[in-house]
Design a protein around this ligand. Structure first.
Ligand code: GLV
Length: 329
């Protein structure tokens, strides 16, 4: 079984070592298995630019990718499946030369849901319980207790109710905030009031004060957080974006915050990453910035999941997380 690893911004060696260890452990535990041994390598830009010159028998059957390039896919003609080592696959989906008919498989949670839930609850609670104010007070040695919050005045809406969004929504609801969810297709989650489809987006937005974006980035969701949508939030609206920078029209958010229509935002993702040093968002007193760290791919959990899925595909079984090319996630 031939497997190529392509993640231009990552050090490939720890990944290759981890895959080798997981394949070896699988082989040891399944000695009767007929699966061939895994042969793994890392692809480098400029390598095998002309796929026609590489014998098919030397081409990878499985690709493990993060932010792959069109050049990478131009060099691969024998793939059976592509595994993304992340939750979002928008980077790969934008490429013009994805091989036809080859499934793209994204991670199923793999430790990301709990990180996102933790990040969102932290940002939400920091805002509603005024922890930034307590930090400022403490620096000035001021002892002053704020009034308790009325949770009914803080309805929270989660856009995107896949496995990660559902985990976020349940975690928010566990703190007794009225919790709403919006997704493309109908979803039912205990304790969450759900809305589905473009027609109900307005009603959803008007129901919430804190908006959390966990959506996949697709042509339908690009720029979905804009003046028109964000201005429908309840007064004092607050945005937490942990999805993709391209969901948000940053200048529209700034207009709404600066006019007082919205209270602020916590942003983990940006139109341009890293966020340029001179960007106005860095200095804005009502915006909290983090460097795309709300859920970091956990190597061991991700590798274990991908190795299991490769063995399942080899055995002709179906796997979870196959991207629907029509919807783009
Ligand atoms: C990170 O942003 C991911 O999609 O996994």
């Amino acid at each position: 079984m031939k497997i190529v690893f392509c993640a231009p911004d990552k050090d490939p060696q720890p990944w290759l070592d981890s895959f080798a260890a997981h394949f070896a452990a699988y082989a040891a535990a399944n000695s009767a298995s007929s699966h061939s041994a895994a042969e793994l390598w890392s692809w480098c830009p400029g390598e095998s630019p002309d796929a026609a010159q590489v014998p098919r028998s030397c081409q990878a059957e499985y690709a493990i990718v993060w932010a792959p390039t069109a050049e990478f896919f131009a060099s691969q003609t024998n793939l059976k499946a592509i595994f993304a080592i992340g939750a979002g696959v928008d980077g790969a989906m934008r490429l013009p030369n994805l091989p036809d008919g080859v499934p793209i498989v994204r991670l199923n949670d793999a430790g990301m849901g709990v990180q996102m839930a933790e990040y969102v609850c932290h940002a939400l609670i920091r805002h509603t319980r005024e922890f930034d104010r307590y930090e400022t007070q403490a620096k000035k040695v001021i002892w002053n207790v704020r009034k308790p919050i009325d949770r009914a005045a803080w309805p929270v809406g989660i856009m995107g109710l896949g496995s990660i969004g559902a985990r976020v929504a349940k975690s928010v609801a566990a703190f007794d905030y009225p919790t709403y969810g919006w997704s493309r297709s109908e979803k039912q989650i205990d304790g969450i009031t759900t809305f589905a489809g473009a027609d109900s987006l307005g009603l959803f937005l008007q129901s919430v004060r804190v908006l959390v974006c966990v959506l996949p980035l697709t042509p339908d969701t690009e720029n979905i957080l804009n003046f028109k949508t964000l201005s429908q939030l309840k007064p004092g609206g607050y945005l937490i974006n942990v999805a993709r920078g391209k969901h948000l029209v940053e200048s529209d958010l700034l207009k709404l915050i600066d006019s007082g229509a919205m209270a602020g935002a916590t942003l983990d993702v940006f139109q341009t990453e890293p966020l340029p040093a001179n960007h106005v968002l860095w200095q804005h007193p009502k915006i909290t910035i983090t460097p795309h760290c709300s859920a970091i791919t956990l190597r061991e959990q991700s590798v274990a999941q991908i190795v299991d899925k490769i063995h399942a595909l080899q055995a002709g079984q179906r796997v979870d997380g196959v991207v629907n090319l029509g919807s783009g996630y």
